[in-house]
Write a protein that binds this ligand. Structure first.
Ligand SMILES: C[S@@+](CC[C@H](N)C(=O)[O-])C[C@H]1O[C@@H](n2cnc3c(N)ncnc32)[C@H](O)[C@@H]1O
Length: 329
């Protein structure tokens, strides 16, 4: 194994729950796939801990630009691929030792005002991780009031979804809503300033729009299934999520695939016990107080881990995964 590559001066994005993954999956070896490369923190951590190779995917081509300084030092051990994790098994036609998905957006994406992910900086209302397809401005400008309300409610758990949707529609009759600042102002006018320490009133709306723009729940369900196909028996699936909607899907996936499906609702029959595809703990792993102090972005993170069995892969019953319903065609 080659020596660890030295740290860059200031990592642009601090990897969340990396130590927990490395400890719980030790000894780290074989070929891993990092489905959310970002600034490469998890990929580097896995390589430095002993993975033979890492195949690293990101749907954002900008992510790889930052890796030019250090990726070469790993030689052929790190392969960077622009793509989505929904079909991650296309990139590995052999059994992987592990798959890591660190969901959501990176600090770099949030910090670049021109990407439009953050209400804290003014920029175009974009939010497309890949830079192509329908932008947040397209949705805010074109969706009906009912669809907007559904997006905010189902993807952002925004209780004032209807009032915000109405305010958006009223405002866009006057002028198109094209920037993050204009949208944030509209939301601030609907939701009076909240208590000290509470999140900004635009947080849930921005989360919801980002999820809709990037079709994040379809990606997640497909990515979990693709990981099941790609892992060798004994291989690890590690998923770090940042909000309860995401975590619910990951938790239900592991329950369903480890034969602990239970009932999707009171009205549905219990999941028939089948050959488990994963062995997974029911409990999530949370960052330590020290990690949160070092990296405040970690505070809402949780990690779920499962280990692949030798049962053959198959599609999950998506109706049991607690996926919010699809809103945009
Ligand atoms: C939280 S960041 C990952 C940070 C990374 N683990 C690190 O330590 O630097 C999430 C990254 O995943 C990418 N991403 C999100 N959804 C994706 C998907 N469905 N397929 C591929 N990449 C995705 C984003 O573009 C972003 O760069």
């Amino acid at each position: 194994m080659s020596a660890a590559v030295p740290e860059t001066a200031e990592p642009p994005h601090v990897p969340v729950l990396l130590d927990a993954i490395l400890t719980l999956c030790a000894p780290v070896q074989g070929v891993w796939l990092d489905g959310t490369f970002g600034a490469g923190g998890h990929s580097r951590g896995l390589l430095d801990a002993g993975a033979d190779r890492v195949i690293a995917l990101d749907r954002d081509p900008n992510a790889f630009k930052m890796a030019v300084d250090w990726a070469d030092a790993y030689g052929g051990r790190l392969k960077l691929v622009e793509g989505t994790f929904s079909d991650l098994d296309r990139h590995a036609d052999f059994g992987l030792e592990g798959v890591v998905l660190d969901l959501g957006v990176s600090s770099m994406q949030l910090d670049q005002a021109e990407r439009g992910f953050s209400f804290q900086a003014d920029g175009p209302l974009d939010m497309r991780m890949s830079g192509s397809g329908r932008s947040a401005a397209d949705i805010v400008g074109g969706a009906s009031e009912a669809v907007l309300a559904d997006i905010l409610f189902h993807y952002g758990e925004e209780r004032s979804a209807r009032s915000i949707a109405r305010a958006i529609v009223n405002r866009r009759k006057e002028a198109p809503i094209e920037t993050t600042r204009v949208l944030a102002r509209i939301i601030e006018a609907v939701l009076p300033r909240q208590k000290r320490g509470a999140s900004h009133p635009a947080t849930r709306t921005f989360q919801a729009l980002r999820i809709a723009v990037n079709d994040e729940f379809t990606q997640l369900a497909a990515g979990l299934e693709a990981a099941e196909r790609a892992l060798r028996p004994g291989g690890w699936l590690a998923v770090v999520s940042f909000h309860s909607l995401e975590d619910r899907v990951v938790k239900r996936f592991f329950q369903e695939r480890s034969g602990r499906g239970g009932r999707a609702s009171r009205h549905r029959p219990e999941s028939p016990l089948r050959e488990p595809r994963f062995v997974a703990a029911n409990k999530a792993v949370f960052p330590s107080a020290a990690e949160v102090a070092r990296n405040p972005r970690a505070r809402s993170a949780r990690l779920r881990l499962g280990r692949r069995t030798d049962a053959s892969a198959g599609p999950a019953d998506r109706s049991r995964l607690g996926l919010p319903r699809e809103i945009l065609p």
